[in-house]
Design a protein around this ligand. Structure first.
Ligand SMILES: C[S@@+](CC[C@H](N)C(=O)[O-])C[C@H]1O[C@@H](n2cnc3c(N)ncnc32)[C@H](O)[C@@H]1O
Length: 311
């Protein structure tokens, strides 16, 4: 008799076996769901069970734990383990100059306008940027390259980028500023040459962000879902791209409302290509898809970056 092909889906490489997935009962998964949601705002839909198992199994083995319930008990009792667990749960995919239309908007519309306004005495020669959910740093380094090109040191502009993330693991990598040369094609050749250092000898195959870029950026851990943020001041640009996509609707609206409060007058909020504030009843107006300004900006036009220079 001819055998029918099995209807069972093959496991992807690296995906935990079904037996491993069954190691997390629905009840335990629901506990993880509630915990991660409360801590980080991230909503783990039921289909994310395999992802949870895949990302945490190794840690359980390292700690010689045999159940996911036990690990959650540990995480709940131990702050350092909580940070480690959230490090593993987050999705950190990113690249240089992601969503080129955002960078075109900066270079073609916003930067020339700011220069004109500064020349006319209507704004300070200062730009403050926040990359919220900066992952391994490609986003803030891309912003730094654009800013330095548009406002070189001799122009007298004061530039500052705050780059934050929940994950300490990605922040360490971002701070080191070292990237595989495989990433080089994402950076326009002229910028690559001007701002990135090519590794030689033992560093062959890697590139490092140059000192001008690194001087501009301050990295810090910040949980966007925390009940309160430190005193950050206001920003001309807030990039929070491909972060809120992991939040549920209420969490998205709550964080977006706070990001809008951190915009300077004429400040712009940039979201990821699949994100939008529509239907959220927020005081925001879209200037182009995924880019927003505050509908009722504060009036201190001559001090666009607020008084608070440091978080
Ligand atoms: C997919 S990456 C996006 C990186 C970059 N913004 C981009 O668009 O290329 C999402 C980042 O958001 C961070 N993240 C997730 N939840 C967060 C939270 N509650 N607070 C701060 N960062 C968070 C993750 O750690 C991750 O590095």
């Amino acid at each position: 008799m001819r055998r029918e092909p099995s209807p069972v889906r093959r496991l992807e490489p690296g995906e935990p076996t079904l037996a491993a997935q069954h190691a997390v009962s629905d009840a335990v998964f629901a506990r993880y769901q509630a915990f991660v949601h409360r801590e980080a705002g991230i909503w783990l839909a039921p289909v994310k069970k395999a992802l949870l198992v895949g990302r945490l199994s190794r840690r359980l083995r390292e700690l010689s734990l045999t159940s996911f319930a036990e690990y959650l008990d540990l995480v709940q009792a131990d702050e350092a383990e909580r940070v480690r667990m959230l490090d593993r749960i987050t999705t950190n995919e990113t690249h240089f100059f992601r969503e080129p239309r955002h960078f075109e908007l900066l270079e073609q519309r916003l930067f020339p306008r700011w220069r004109e306004e500064a020349d006319a005495g209507r704004r300070a020669r200062r730009v403050r940027v926040w990359s919220a959910g900066c992952s391994t740093g490609e986003e803030p380094y891309s912003l730094a390259m654009c800013l330095l090109e548009a406002f070189p040191p001799e122009s007298g502009w004061d530039l500052e980028i705050l780059a934050t993330d929940l994950s300490t693991r990605v922040l360490e990598r971002a701070q080191a500023g070292i990237f595989s040369m495989e990433r080089a094609p994402e950076i326009p050749a002229s910028r690559l040459q001007a701002f990135m250092l090519r590794g030689t000898g033992r560093q062959e195959g890697f590139m490092k962000a140059g000192p001008e870029l690194r001087r501009l950026i301050r990295f810090s851990r910040l949980n966007l879902n925390a009940p309160a943020y430190p005193a950050l001041g206001r920003f001309d640009l807030v990039f929070c791209r491909n972060v809120l996509i992991y939040f549920d609707a209420a969490g998205k609206a709550r964080v977006a409302a706070r990001l809008l409060e951190h915009l300077a007058p004429d400040g712009h909020l940039f979201l990821g290509h699949a994100e939008s504030l529509s239907g959220m009843a927020l005081p925001a107006r879209s200037v182009v898809p995924t880019v927003y300004v505050h509908e009722a900006p504060p009036a201190d036009v001559l001090a666009p970056s607020g008084d608070s220079r440091r978080a």
